[in-house]
Design a protein around this ligand. Structure first.
Ligand SMILES: C[S@@+](CC[C@H](N)C(=O)[O-])C[C@H]1O[C@@H](n2cnc3c(N)ncnc32)[C@H](O)[C@@H]1O
Length: 199
């Protein structure tokens, strides 16, 4: 998530995947500014292309990250996204009505566990250990499956801190015995954490 994410998209959308362009337009129309940035979207697209099994997301928002996932996923791979705000769920259901193998679930992020396990799971609205509990990787991921946690400031020291205290939203993943965790810097001010379940 980024509070400037929607605004990071160019006015000329011709180079974007069509579903992403549509979702950015919806986000603008609804005044939703927390879409994932294009740098993150391209990472999601690339990771989605590597998933042979299910792909999941918590926090649909207006469907921008979902659009990137759909643009990358292989034919036949099912994608499930959970969102707690009913109006957003309805809007994205309408926006992507013709997209096959896509399920939009209205509910709390914890509902995602009932739709997995996932080869790729993006935690962008609950489950990421920042403000809510962290998802249980052994429940939600296939062996070898990967969790993605977006919108981190790049790591500069260990142990990491956030607002003067321990950054438990990050260390919960690094210290999890079932995971191999790292992060990639996507921009000078933006990093994404990737955690793969040990086979
Ligand atoms: C950062 S935005 C999602 C952006 C979107 N994934 C994208 O890439 O454009 C977070 C979304 O998560 C939703 N959300 C927050 N807490 C949630 C929860 N506990 N369960 C389900 N959705 C939640 C919010 O309503 C919001 O739409």
């Amino acid at each position: 998530m980024s509070t400037t994410g929607t605004a990071a998209y160019p006015a000329d959308r011709s180079a974007l995947p069509e579903l992403v362009a549509r979702a950015v337009e919806l986000a603008e129309r609804l005044g939703f500014d927390q879409s994932c940035r294009p740098e993150q979207g391209r990472l999601l697209q690339a990771l989605a292309a590597g998933a042979a099994g299910r792909i999941g997301e918590t926090g649909t928002g207006c469907g921008v990250g979902l659009g990137w996932l759909l643009a990358g996923r292989r034919p036949g791979v099912r994608v499930v996204s959970v969102e707690r705000e009913a109006a957003r769920v309805a809007a994205v259901r309408e926006l992507f009505a013709e997209v096959p193998d896509l399920e939009l679930v209205h509910g709390d992020w914890t509902a995602i566990a009932g739709h997995g396990p996932f080869d790729l799971l993006v935690l962008d609205g609950g489950g990421n250990g920042k403000q809510t509990a962290a998802a249980d990787p052994e429940r939600v991921l296939t062996p070898g499956g990967t969790l993605v946690v977006d919108d981190l400031t790049p790591l500069t020291a260990w142990p990491p801190t956030f607002r003067g205290g321990p950054d438990t939203g990050r260390t919960v993943w690094y210290r999890h015995p079932a995971l191999l965790t790292t992060e990639v810097r996507l921009a000078p001010d933006l990093a994404t954490l990737l955690a793969t379940r040990r086979p």
